[in-house]
Design a protein around this ligand. Structure first.
Ligand code: ZN
Ligand code: ZN
Ligand code: ZN
Length: 363
């Protein structure tokens, strides 16, 4: 998978100025999305340590010698380490004697513990908040990738509308969804939830061998990665004709989803966006059955800040991308969820997903 090249020098500069604001001497990033965000290089999640060391003067990528050929040159030095070297010592050497160190949230604890031993004079804290402050604002190239990924999922949804689901298992549908996710332009398919009938009441259901049949609602939530950026969309289908109750619940979710999207604009408070969806569902009498937040941010990770939840009071700003995905889950009966990714624009909101929101009947 080739990831597009971004302006890593300016990203590193932004990281350094955020470090200076917080009086941080060193930033240490290993596996996870923060490292590719700053360098374009994604570390293998293996027992050999890969670590970017950023200080006011230096940026050094400490990388296993056998993986160094994968590193594309950038505004940092590369320090490959051989099989008989100790990478913790190398990192400690490069970093000097920092008072304050921020370490990436995805770093394996075994490496953190060894680094704490090697740097007894340093205070360690999470790099999460600093990296979020950079990654939460997407530039136009990032939004373009999110949009292309979203449109690829829309094309999968369009094909699903013509798929005969009755008689197939959830697992079979999941395999088809994964194949189509790649056929329509993603580099990889990352997840797929296919939850039919009573399984639809479990928001994060894992596909099973349950055979889908006439009268089922089928919640399909899936996504992939394109150029490193994620997609995530949900549509709920009905096999054959819906009952009046299924139709009613579906309409409530559709109105709630619309209401939350309409509440998005620069300066909107996530708690209020969440409330816009929740109010519709509560007023319809289903408040107890909407058991999760309204949405989550998306970018290099499938779930990242900002979270659209009652407790988040930080206003959203242009360039932030997140899901709007209310649902109603009736235990042992059925579930409905509709999910689109949206981006905050200078004067409002752009839904990246464009596929139809009405209840689509399949065979
Ligand atoms: Zn989810
Ligand atoms: Zn989803
Ligand atoms: Zn989602």
């Amino acid at each position: 998978m080739t990831s597009p090249r971004f302006d890593y020098a300016s990203r590193l500069e932004r990281a350094r100025s955020a470090m200076a604001d917080r009086e941080v001497d060193a930033l240490l990033l290993s596996v996870g999305p923060d490292l590719p965000y700053l360098t374009g290089y994604e570390a293998m999640s293996l027992e050999r340590l890969t670590m970017l060391v950023v200080t006011a003067q230096d940026a050094v990528l400490v990388v296993p010698e056998l993986e160094a050929p994968r590193v594309e040159p950038g505004p940092f030095d590369t320090r490959p380490w051989g099989e008989l070297e100790d990478p913790i010592e190398i990192v400690a050497d490069v970093v000097g004697q920092p008072r304050s160190v921020l370490i990436g949230d995805h770093t394996w604890s075994t490496f953190l513990l060894s680094l704490q031993d090697a740097l007894p004079g340093s205070r360690f804290a999470s790099a999460g908040q600093l990296m979020t402050s950079l990654r939460i604002h997407k530039d136009s190239a990032e939004i373009d990738l999110l949009r292309r990924a979203a449109h690829a999922t829309d094309r999968v949804v369009a094909r699903l509308a013509d798929l005969e689901m009755s008689g197939r298992t959830e697992r079979e549908i999941a395999r088809i969804v994964a194949d189509w996710t790649i056929e329509e332009g993603h580099d990889i398919a990352t997840f797929r939830i296919v939850a039919s009938g009573p399984n639809g009441a479990s928001p994060h259901h894992e596909p099973t061998d349950r055979v889908i049949r006439e009268g089922d609602l089928v919640v399909i939530d899936f996504g992939g990665r394109l150029g490193g950026y994620c997609s995530d969309t949900t549509r709920t289908f009905v096999v054959g004709d819906p009952t009046p109750e299924q139709e009613e619940v579906y309409d409530v979710v559709q109105v709630a989803q619309r209401a939350a999207v309409d509440a998005v604009h620069p300066g909107a408070i996530p708690a209020e966006i969440d409330a816009a969806a929740r109010r519709v569902i509560e007023e319809a009498g289903y408040g107890d059955y909407f058991i999760h937040r309204t949405g989550h941010g998306i970018g290099l990770e499938g779930h990242e800040p900002p979270y659209i939840i009652e407790t988040n009071e930080d206003p959203v700003e242009p360039g932030m991308a997140f899901s709007i995905e209310p649902g109603i889950y009736l235990p042992e009966r059925f579930g409905v969820r509709i999910e689109d990714i949206v981006v905050v624009t200078d004067d409002g909101v752009e839904p990246l997903n464009r596929s139809d929101h009405s209840l689509v009947s399949v065979a």
